[in-house]
Design a protein around this ligand. Structure first.
Ligand SMILES: [Ca+2]
Ligand SMILES: [Ca+2]
Length: 501
């Protein structure tokens, strides 16, 4: 009797299995895909296929985009390293965590010290997690804490070889050592980013196959200092055709408060780089650095192909925020325009439609839930991003939510498919028609014709918009509407103050 039962259940079981859709069955039996997670620091949209700069040469990223889906309208959640990366890795907006500045590290906060970050979620699903280079903004709280974030730590990366002294003259606001760029003779192999790529390549070639991997590689360039060699800068003409197209009086129609969110910074203004004949040098050095990083990413992708891992590895490439190179009279980050928020975001690998360009707004916040879905991990209800999986199948599927970027409490950029709306903490506003005016030159916020567009975009301003977290520092702005008092990095800004140059 017993044996009859087991034979019966065996046969019954088989017949049930045969009724299951083939795709579900094969998905369950397939090993989970690996993840190759590549970050680029301060990389704006000067990427070949993104069209942010007509001369940008990034053949490897362009090829990767052809092998998958690239987002042409992807934006960071904060235009600064620490808050942008914290948001992406935790799946939470800066307006939810209060992390707006270069400090604090989120694990120092009671509220987030046990929060399961993206790589930890993968680890808890049986992945081996590895990291090299700049993935989080700074240290993770000492060597003993490293193992809590990733299983394996590789080369730290960073700048690498440096000239004996700064290549350019002293820069305003304290002559910050990072504010430097240009050509000096050195070997590619001595750069932090080269070593990061080499370490990632070694891992791909030697990793045991017992578990899927989540390998994070963070490139430092084109973050300043943009040190390059002649062969990289020679990719770009040594004339003014490399300069971005700007409007001289572009800031005449932006509110004074637009200056408050990048009030005093080590990054020189356009005025300084012009007066010191550094504009072209900066632009070429930045472009050359981008091409250098593209080549390093190319080395990792080549290893992925050579090892046969490409077939079962999801590749995602993202930049943490944009960078101005003269547009709107400044260089650097800390802005809510496309120059400050638009970033590369490319997905390729199993289950992702090839050769797609998606114009729907996307957020870096969406990476966490997207990777969960692509890899079949347990979904999480506490993430503020929305999966991009529908667009990875069909790039034309609409996304209702615009991309939202915040720079300190009360200052938000809302980027939909056709519009850019900005609201500052003092209620001043900007609106740009991104189809007619992609350079965001003509602020339409005061034109009554656009009242309904503005009203529609205002609905997306974050409902939760907390004060800076404990320990916040560097690039932190607070504002009290009742007294019109603004404080930037501990110093009062008065309405009558001249804009620091
Ligand atoms: Ca950055
Ligand atoms: Ca303007």
């Amino acid at each position: 009797m017993k044996s009859f039962q087991s034979v019966f259940s065996f046969v019954f079981g088989l017949s049930i299995l045969s009724l299951l859709p083939v795709s579900l069955f094969s998905q369950d039996s397939r090993a989970k895909p690996n993840v190759l997670f590549i970050a680029i620091d301060d990389q704006n949209d000067w990427i070949g296929h993104l069209g942010g700069h007509p001369l940008a040469k990034t053949p490897h990223l362009d090829r990767l985009a052809e092998r998958g889906t690239t987002f042409l309208n992807a934006h960071c959640q904060a235009p600064l390293c620490n808050p942008s990366r914290t948001s992406l890795m935790l799946g939470l907006r800066p307006t939810t965590t209060g992390i707006y500045g270069l400090a604090p590290w989120f694990r120092t906060l009671d509220e987030w010290k046990d929060r399961v970050a993206l790589p930890q979620h993968f680890k808890s699903h049986g992945y081996r997690t590895l990291t090299t280079g700049k993935v989080y903004h700074g240290g993770v709280g000492g060597p003993q804490k490293q193992a809590e974030e990733f299983d394996v730590w590789g080369k730290a990366g960073g700048i690498g070889v440096k000239p004996e002294k700064k290549l350019i003259g002293p820069t305003p606001m304290g002559n910050n050592p990072l504010m430097d760029w240009g050509v000096f003779p050195h070997r590619d192999e001595d750069k932090g980013d080269f070593q990061v790529a080499s370490w990632a390549v070694e891992q791909l070639k030697s990793l045991p196959k017992d578990k899927p991997f989540f390998l994070a590689a963070g490139f430092f360039l084109p973050h300043v200092p943009c040190y390059v060699t002649q062969k990289w800068v020679d990719l770009y003409p040594d004339d003014d055709s490399v300069l971005p197209i700007i409007k001289e009086d572009d800031r005449d129609d932006t509110p004074k408060f637009s200056w408050y969110i990048h009030w005093e910074l080590p990054e020189p203004r356009l005025k300084w780089v012009r007066e010191n004949s550094q504009w072209r040098n900066l632009v070429r050095s930045y472009l050359a650095s981008t091409s250098f990083v593209d080549a390093q990413i190319g080395r990792i992708l080549a290893a992925l192909n050579e090892t046969g891992l490409a077939e079962n590895t999801i590749v995602v490439v993202w930049g943490d925020h944009g960078w101005h190179l003269g547009e709107k009279s400044i260089t650097g980050k800390n802005t809510l325009w496309d120059d400050g928020t638009r970033v590369p975001l490319i997905f390729a690998g199993p289950g992702i439609t090839k050769n797609q360009r998606c114009s729907q707004p996307a957020e870096l916040l969406d990476i966490y839930p997207t990777l969960i879905e692509l890899c079949g991990l347990t979904p999480r209800k506490d993430l503020e991003g929305i999966t991009l999986q529908p667009q990875l199948q069909n790039a034309y599927i609409k996304r209702e939510r615009p991309a939202i970027t915040s720079h300190n409490r009360g200052n938000h950029g809302i980027r939909s498919e056709n519009w850019r709306y900005i609201r500052y903490a003092d209620d001043s506003e900007e609106l740009y028609d991104m189809q007619q005016d992609p350079r965001e030159w003509n602020n339409l916020a005061n034109n009554p014709k656009y009242a309904s567009v503005i009203a529609e975009h205002r609905l997306w301003l974050p409902k939760v918009d907390v004060s800076p977290a404990k320990g916040s520092a560097n690039r932190v702005l607070t504002y009290d509407k009742s007294t019109d008092e603004a404080i930037w990095e501990g110093k009062k800004i008065r309405r009558s103050d001249a804009i620091p140059q």
